[in-house]
Design a protein around this ligand. Structure first.
Ligand code: HEC
Length: 172
C-alpha cells in the first residue's frame, strides 16, 4: 500500500513536469534547468516531505503500535512515581490516655453537664453494669449531652474505644 502511494506520488510528479514545464516554456520563459527547478521547487519539496513521511510510516507500522501501547503503559507508571511522595502519611493511632487527655477530660474530669467523673466509682457503678459494649456504643453514637465520639468525628472507633477503656479503668 505504501509502495503504491510512492508510485502514485512519482507518477503525479511526472505528470506535473510533463504538463507544467511545456506550459512554462510556451509562456516565453527562457528554457533553463535552473528556472524549471525553481518553479517546481515548492511542489517537489512538498512531495519529498510526503514521501519521507510515507517511508517512516512504512518502516514502522508494527513498531508504532507497540510504541503507542508502551507509551500508555509508561504514563501511569510515571504518574505513580510522582504521586507516591505526595500521598499523606497515615495518621498514627492515638492511645486511650492521649485521646482522653485531648478531649474527654473536658467533661469527664469535672462532671460537666452531668458527665460521670473519672475515678468516681459511684457514678460509674450502674454504667459498668451495662457492660463495656454498651459503653462503647454510647461513646461512639452519643447519648444526651455526650456527643458521638465526644464531639470529634475525626477520631477512629478504635481510638474512642481505647479512651473508654482508659476512663473505666479508673473506676474498676
Ligand atoms: C461535652 C462533654 C463531654 C465530652 C467531651 C465527652 N463526654 Fe462522655 N459523657 C458526657 C455526658 C454528659 C455523659 C452522660 C450521658 C448520659 O448518661 O446521659 C457521658 C457519658 C459517657 C460514657 C458513659 C456512657 C453510658 O452508656 O453510660 C462514656 C463511656 C463516655 N462518656 C466516654 C467518653 C469518651 C471516651 C469521651 C472522649 C472521646 C467523652 N466521653 C467525651 C459528656 C461528655
Amino acid at each position: 500500500m505504501n509502495r503504491t502511494l510512492l508510485y502514485a506520488i512519482v507518477i503525479a510528479a511526472g505528470l506535473f513536469l510533463a504538463v507544467a514545464v511545456p506550459l512554462a516554456l510556451k509562456g516565453g520563459a527562457v528554457p533553463s534547468t535552473e528556472d524549471a527547478a525553481q518553479r517546481i521547487a515548492p511542489v517537489a519539496n512538498f512531495e519529498l516531505q510526503g514521501a519521507t513521511a510515507v517511508d517512516a510510516a512504512a518502516s514502522d507500522v508494527a513498531a508504532a503500535d507497540v510504541a503507542a501501547s508502551d507509551e500508555s503503559a509508561a504514563t501511569p507508571a510515571a504518574t505513580e512515581s510522582v504521586a507516591v511522595p505526595e500521598s499523606p502519611a497515615v495518621p498514627a493511632v492515638k492511645d486511650g490516655a492521649s485521646v482522653y487527655a485531648s478531649l474527654c477530660f473536658t467533661c469527664h474530669d469535672y462532671g460537666v453537664a452531668g458527665a460521670p467523673k473519672k475515678g468516681d466509682k459511684a457514678a460509674w457503678a450502674s454504667r459498668l453494669a451495662a457492660g463495656e459494649e454498651a459503653l462503647y456504643a454510647t461513646a461512639l453514637n452519643g447519648k444526651g449531652l455526650m456527643q458521638p465520639k465526644g464531639g470529634n468525628p475525626a477520631l477512629s472507633d478504635a481510638e474512642v474505644k481505647s479512651a473508654v477503656d482508659y476512663l473505666i479503668a479508673s473506676v474498676r
